[in-house]
Design a protein around this ligand. Structure first.
Ligand SMILES: Nc1nc2c(c(=O)[nH]1)N[C@H]1C(S)=C(S)[C@@H](COP(=O)(O)O)O[C@H]1N2
Ligand SMILES: [Mo]
Length: 405
């Protein structure tokens, strides 16, 4: 596979950059600092376009398109470094040059407009920490085996995202009365050939309610943990929708559309949708808010633990639009529950680490360890997966069986 920048960047010299991209500026002295040193690109010279082999620290779930899982038992830092953050793609990563990229804001707006990378980066920005979990995370624990990518615990990560609040762009365009949703569309495209099949070639796209789109934490982001986005995480620009499962955070964003009707695209009807019961009738509804969840990073499944000694059970807990209130641990398969210690402080939309110092029994044998999180709205992790959720929103209490000897 060739370097994505080769074709374009050889043509993309500094002159073109200055003449074509920044027609208003007089010279290099007035370039913003991020643009001053080089043509915009986010990969080192000669580096391969990312593929499954580019990330030795991640578990390959699928090679093409690339889907890589974070090995959750290695969890240690509250922020996951960019090269260790899980990657979820449905189509090949699009090769985008920042210099020719544009974002179009259209639909039910008073003034449609297009904005380029340089202009976007001049708008007021903010940084938000957010845990992104794939709606299919933990799917491999469903019995019988579910359809879809078989994530274990690591289709989740936490990072700091920097960008322009979506509301700034919406205000610039002037949303018309009657608008109920904002559709976010990515540049990536393809045809889904397995059931449910797509209607030919489609883009990845998702809608948000106008109310959520206007929330101050919702970003049109260009940086992850202080670095420009990498191709696999959405370069040059992606949405970040804190509190929602990952599918809402559309990468490689090219178009934002305001609409007066409910969008019923592929990625929120045939995929990433669940049966919500309304007035007793199951209604196919787009997956949105993250459900309260905790995961045990250590011990790992089938770990051998010395009897009668202390052992530190450690993990993370997160929820959607609320805050983790409590994590409980059971070392006897759910008969008794004990309160774990929440570490670090609560940050909205970010996971929280916890620990429990277990005095391991002197009796050898198999022990099932469970963790159960509760959030401030009183949501608690369920015992079992609700089949109405299909193969999404898997937050039922996981059990880690260990051998005490
Ligand atoms: N354009 C586009 N955006 C996308 C996707 C995609 O396939 N195409 N995958 C979504 C899904 S399902 C998830 S879980 C997150 C994952 O973000 P990450 O790859 O940066 O971890 O991106 C979302 N945004
Ligand atoms: Mo996802």
């Amino acid at each position: 596979m060739s370097n994505n920048q080769t074709d374009d960047s050889s043509k993309f010299n500094r002159r073109k950059f200055l003449n074509g991209i920044l027609p208003i500026v007089a010279g290099a002295a007035t370039l913003p600092s991020w643009a001053a040193d080089a043509p915009i690109k986010n990969m080192e010279e000669g580096q391969e376009f990312p593929n499954a082999d580019s990330f030795p620290g991640l578990i390959t779930r699928e090679k093409e398109p690339v889907n890589l899982e974070f090995p959750f038992p290695t969890l240690k830092s509250h922020i996951i470094p960019n090269n260790r953050f899980f990657i979820r793609t449905h189509f090949p990563i699009p090769k985008i040059e920042a210099a020719s990229w544009e974002l179009s804001i259209e639909g039910e707006v008073r003034k449609e407009f297009k904005i380029n990378y340089e202009e976007l980066r001049k708008l007021p920005s903010k940084t938000v920490m957010a845990t992104i979990e794939c709606a299919g995370n933990s799917r491999s624990f469903l019995i019988p085996r579910a359809k879809g990518l078989l994530w274990e615990q690591g289709g989740v990560g936490n990072a700091e995202w920097t960008g322009v609040p979506l509301s700034v762009l919406l205000d610039k365009a002037g949303i018309k009365d009657g608008t109920i949703e904002i559709i976010l569309e990515g540049k990536d495209q393809g045809e889904v050939n397995e059931e449910p099949k797509s209607p030919g070639t489609i883009h990845f796209a998702r809608s948000l309610s106008l109310a959520k789109a206007r929330q101050p934490e919702v970003l049109i982001a260009y940086q992850m943990n202080g670095k420009d986005l990498s191709p696999e995480h959405g370069f040059p620009v992606r949405a970040i929708i804190p509190g929602y499962y990952g599918m809402a955070s559309v990468k490689w964003l090219t178009r934002i559309t305001a609409t007066v009707s409910q969008y019923e695209g592929y990625w929120q009807t045939l995929e990433y949708a669940y049966w919500k019961r309304k007035n007793g009738l199951p209604t196919l509804t787009a997956v949105t808010a993250i459900q309260v969840k905790s995961e045990i990073a250590r011990p790992v499944l089938h770990e051998i633990i010395p009897a009668g000694k202390p052992y530190r059970i450690f993990g993370a807990a997160w929820t959607g639009d609320s805050e983790i209130q409590q994590v409980e641990i059971s070392t006897d398969n759910g008969i008794t529950w004990l309160i774990a210690t929440l570490l670090d402080k609560a940050i909205p939309f970010a996971w929280r680490f916890w620990e429990y110092n277990w005095t391991v029994s002197t009796v050898p044998g198999r022990y099932k360890l469970l963790s159960r999180a509760t959030d401030k709205q009183g949501n608690v992790q369920p015992q079992k997966h609700d089949p109405d959720r299909r193969n999404y929103m898997v937050n039922f209490i996981e059990s880690i069986e260990v051998e005490v000897e």
